[in-house]
Each structure stands twice: as structure tokens, then as C-alpha cells.
Design a protein around this ligand. Structure first.
Ligand SMILES: Cc1cc2nc3c(=O)[nH]c(=O)nc-3n(C[C@H](O)[C@H](O)[C@H](O)COP(=O)(O)O)c2cc1C
Length: 209
């Protein structure tokens, strides 16, 4: 019996997006998925990272926990869930570099029909969370992914998050996602895994019926 395979690929510096990623993984696993959690790597030198307090150290800790995302991960996945902190109202360059590295798979048509979804974090309440998530809808469409939003398809959506994907407002990295925001992230994991199961593992759905 095949399990839906979910790749959660995120960038995070201060941990908010990482926390959402883990909650999404919990949701996907609860729905029967096999999950790979990957952290996109920095693009700048150590010298540049050391100029921002805590950046180098947090990257070291997270890079020890999560493998670097690869082309093989995207090919393996039935669903890809992208996570990013907002950078000037848009996607972090570290995650975008990973998306851009998928050009070979795109050219070969190997991403067509996989499921795609997004989540993210900002510092301020109106700092661009929704704009950032929507900025990734474009690349997902180009890659041929079937985009799965959250809508208001779960009671959790009436307390937190956005219809476009799970979010968090960190208030200059002083707040971690609360239980309402984690509930949205878990719902995102369940929902994406459930759609991937139907679209990509039809034999499993038939067996369960
Ligand atoms: C270069 C840069 C640009 C940023 N731009 C924004 C922004 O436009 N709006 C916002 O609210 N936060 C912005 N932030 C803050 C992060 O998005 C925010 O701290 C987020 O919670 C970090 O997520 P993380 O804990 O996963 O690293 C920016 C941070 C950096 C370093």
C-alpha cells in the first residue's frame, strides 16, 4: 500500500518557519504520509552571515537537523510544500534558489501533476505574509503543480492563518507560533497529504473504499 510522499522544503533563520514546517509534517504524517523535511541553504558567505546576530549559529543548528533539499527530493515527492520567511514582501532568495534549481525536472515534465502548497512567516502583522505566499503561487503554476490552498475548509481557519497557507507573525522574532497557528499548519499537512493520496496514489484510495 503506497503512502503519499510529502516534501516540506523551507528556509528559516529564526525558527518560526521551521516550527510551522514541523507542525505541517505532523499533520501530513497523521494523514498517513511519508515526509521529508528539508532546509534550503544560505547563499551568502559566513562573513555576511556573521554580521546579523544569531544568523550563523541558527543556520548551523538547523543545518545539522535538516538535509539540504535536492532535485531527487522533488522527483520523489507526490506533494511539495514550500515554506519561507518574508523578505521585503516576497520569497526568501534561499528558497527561490532551490525552486530555480528544479529547471531540469520542469523541462522533463517530471513535476507535472504533483501537489503544491505554501506557508510562511513575517515579523509584522501586515508585513506581507499573504503577498509572499501568493508570490510562490506563480512559480508553482509554472512548475505544473496542482496548487492546494487552505480556504476555510477547517475550523482552525477561522482562528488563524490565511486561505493561501499557514502563517505566523513573529513580532521581530520574539513570538513563536501559538496553538491556533499550529492547528492551521497541521491542517495544511493533513489536507495536502489527503489530496496527494487521491491524485497520486489512487490505488490506495481504491483499496480503502
Ligand atoms: C532581509 C529581510 C527582509 C525582511 N522583510 C520583511 C518584510 O517585508 N515584512 C515583515 O513583516 N518581515 C520581514 N522580515 C522579517 C522576517 O520575515 C521575520 O522575522 C520572520 O518571522 C522570520 O522567520 P524565521 O523565524 O522562519 O526566520 C525580513 C527579514 C529580513 C532579514
Amino acid at each position: 500500500m503506497s503512502k503519499p510522499k510529502v516534501l516540506i522544503v523551507f528556509y528559516s533563520r529564526a525558527g518560526s518557519t521551521e516550527t510551522l514546517a514541523n507542525a505541517i509534517a505532523q499533520g501530513a504524517i497523521a494523514e498517513g504520509a511519508e515526509v521529508r523535511l528539508r532546509r534550503a541553504r544560505e547563499l551568502v558567505s559566513h562573513e555576511v552571515m556573521l554580521q546579523a546576530p544569531g544568523w550563523y549559529d541558527s543556520a548551523e543548528v538547523m543545518n545539522a537537523k535538516y538535509e539540504r533539499p535536492s532535485e531527487a527530493d522533488a522527483e520523489w515527492a507526490d506533494a511539495i510544500i514550500f515554506g519561507t520567511p518574508t523578505r521585503f514582501g516576497s520569497i526568501a532568495s534561499e528558497l527561490k534558489a532551490y525552486i530555480d534549481s528544479l529547471g531540469g525536472l520542469w523541462f522533463a515534465g517530471k513535476l507535472n501533476g504533483k501537489v503544491g502548497s505554501v506557508f510562511g512567516a513575517t515579523s509584522s502583522r501586515h508585513g506581507g505574509n499573504e503577498a509572499t505566499l501568493l508570490s510562490i503561487y506563480g512559480p508553482m503554476a509554472h512548475l505544473g503543480l496542482i496548487i492546494v490552498p487552505l480556504g476555510y475548509a477547517d475550523p482552525a481557519m477561522f482562528k488563524a492563518g490565511t486561505p493561501y497557507g499557514a502563517t505566523h507573525v513573529s513580532n521581530r522574532d520574539t513570538l513563536t507560533p501559538d496553538e491556533d497557528h499550529l492547528a492551521v499548519a497541521q491542517f495544511q499537512g493533513r489536507r495536502v497529504a489527503s489530496v496527494a493520496k487521491s491524485l497520486r496514489c489512487p490505488q490506495r484510495v481504491t483499496e480503502a473504499a
